[in-house]
Design a protein. Structure first.
Length: 144
């Protein structure tokens, strides 16, 4: 009897663990899943020009010490990381002359613009402003 209860408990815990992994995988998305809206990217463009272009260039190609925010160099720096990682880097260290002053809504709009320039598809909902949620969105160089 004790062996049956133990076996049932182990089976139950394994099933719960499997369901948890499936739920976590379904929550995890990629930049290819339409994680921002076109309207959000449009709001982000003038914000990018105002706050970022002087260092990162209007074309997002980077300049001097400021890295590119578009193209192969950008992807090689961020592939395998998440939008949460990129967002936190932006939020805490940019703009260089006044870090951390732009606020989450402005930064997510700028991030949406960066995604649009990198030709990741737009979707139906704005990027969220919460880092924890953005950490569920992978930066993948190609659609998988």
């Amino acid at each position: 009897m004790k062996a049956k209860v133990t076996a049932f408990a182990i089976f139950g815990l394994a099933a719960i663990g499997g369901c948890y992994r499936l739920a976590a995988q379904s929550e995890s998305r990629s930049v290819w899943d339409g994680v921002y809206t076109e309207a959000q990217a449009n709001r982000g463009q003038p914000l990018y020009i105002q706050h970022c272009a002087s260092c990162h260039d209007e074309t997002l190609a980077g300049r001097d010490e400021a890295p590119a925010l578009a193209g192969g160099d950008f992807l090689s720096n961020w592939t395998g990381l998440t939008l949460g990682d990129l967002f936190e880097r932006m939020r805490t260290s940019m703009p260089l002359n006044n870090p951390g002053t732009l606020g989450r809504p402005v930064m997510t709009d700028i991030l949406a613009y960066i995604l649009s320039v990198n030709k990741f598809p737009a979707g139906k909902t704005d990027l969220p402003t919460q880092t924890e949620v953005l950490r569920l969105i992978r930066i993948d160089p190609a659609k998988q």
